[in-house]
Design a binder for this molecule. Structure first.
Ligand code: NAP
Length: 358
């Protein structure tokens, strides 16, 4: 009989809610607990949090209650995240799957990698960071396509996101710097963390290609709003950042460039609310481009006719579902430690109950 894993959903924001829905549907997973932060969600049934049928599982703010459940795995989706909490879970013998760093921390964050590895070894469990980007577009999918290639000169991953309907204040303002003044963005305490978050998948690609990165570069351009712009996190004020163009570039010792590019903005594709315009390929979606003796362009998009709300919701659901689908493989992986895409077998979706809403 296939083993069932007992899982806790930790934080139920935009991504955590998608992941919670995924746990309930997954035939190999059993939801046994939900950790929340907000007073309004404390004591609610997990189903109520995502607008689904009641599950009999009550959300709690109390970490000790969660630890006492002794889950096999926690899907850890808070903002901010805490390395100490991740290590506490791992040391207690609980596998951790997360959309937060650390996807491939060995080069950018060696001390963090060491702490996580030690906690995994102590608990006899694994830690895996996943997601959509990073966690999919940034490394897993391009690495797969490199299997079609021989000489590779450049690999570029581009994300375009009209983020007006993304309701995470923390991600939009603190991580993406939308609504900040250029000075605030330049002095952001998260600047270094953001660069490391994009350099980690660059390192993973280089490692997957049997190489290493010998130089890193970061470029940041932005465009300010020419008027107040309404978004799901409130107003992005005039003269604050309404479009960010980030590029993080790693060059391997062979000279292959690995480029992580994001165009995050709060306007429609015409950009009439911005002080100048940028050539944006499309309102939301991803492109993986490989240049070399094989030249590939892989576009990942949503169907025509979806509203922008639906595009953002589905884009963020991919993050939650990717986490859920990884859980059995992470729980089964041998030799306790950090498990990246270079360690795990292919992660696929699973058919399950259709008891939760779309
Ligand atoms: N890798 C990827 O592709 C990817 C994509 C998107 C997001 N992410 C990451 O995934 C995480 C969740 O993103 P999201 O979009 O779901 O964000 P979000 O909607 O802002 O949700 C974050 C949740 O964290 C909890 N929280 C509130 N205050 C907190 C505190 N002081 N400390 C810790 N947690 C607190 C809340 O949970 P409750 O509502 O349950 O109280 C909140 O809903 C973030 O760390 C983000 O960076 C990764």
């Amino acid at each position: 009989m296939t083993k069932k894993y007992r899982v806790v959903q930790w934080a139920t924001g935009v991504v955590g809610s998608a992941s919670l829905k995924g746990i309930i549907r997954h035939p190999q997973l059993e939801l046994i607990g939900v950790k929340v932060y907000s007073d309004a969600k404390d004591g609610l049934d997990a189903g109520e949090i995502i607008g689904a049928d009641k599950t009999g599982i009550t959300a709690t703010q109390d970490i000790d209650e969660i630890m006492a459940l002794e889950p096999d795995c926690v899907i850890y989706c808070p903002l901010p995240w805490h390395l100490g909490e991740m290590c506490r879970l791992l040391e207690a013998g609980i596998h951790v799957v997360t959309p937060c760093p650390y996807w491939f921390p060995f080069v950018q964050n060696p001390s963090t990698a060491k702490a996580l590895e030690a906690a995994c070894k102590q608990g006899g469990v694994n830690m895996h960071a996943s997601g959509c980007n990073p966690g999919g577009i940034a490394e897993r999918f391009p690495l797969t396509f490199t299997g079609w290639c021989n000489r590779i000169d450049r690999i570029t991953m581009t994300e375009c996101g009209d983020c007006r309907t993304y309701s995470s204040e923390g991600v939009m303002r603190d991580l993406m710097n939308l609504g900040k003044t250029p000075e605030e963005a330049a002095n952001s305490r998260l600047k270094e963390m953001l660069a490391k978050s994009w350099n980690e998948p660059i390192d993973m690609i280089a490692a997957g290609l049997g190489s290493e990165v010998i130089s890193y570069e970061a470029k940041h351009d932005f465009i300010l709003a020419n008027q107040p712009i309404e978004t799901a996190i409130g107003t992005i004020e005039k003269d604050t950042i309404a479009l960010n163009h980030y590029r993080h570039i790693g060059t391997t010792r062979e000279g292959t460039e690995i480029v992580q590019e994001q165009i995050w903005y709060v306007d429609d594709i015409e950009q009439t609310r911005l002080q100048s315009k940028m050539d944006i390929p499309r309102s939301s979606g991803w492109r993986i481009k490989i240049e070399g003796d094989v030249n590939l362009i892989v576009d990942v998009d949503f169907p025509e006719g979806l509203s922008q709300d639906e595009r953002v919701a589905q884009g963020l659901s991919t993050t939650g579902f990717h986490l859920v689908n990884a859980v059995p493989l992470v729980c089964e992986a041998a030799d306790p430690g950090i498990k990246t895409y270079l360690d795990l077998p292919m992660i696929t979706g699973r058919m399950g109950t259709h008891a939760t809403p779309r």
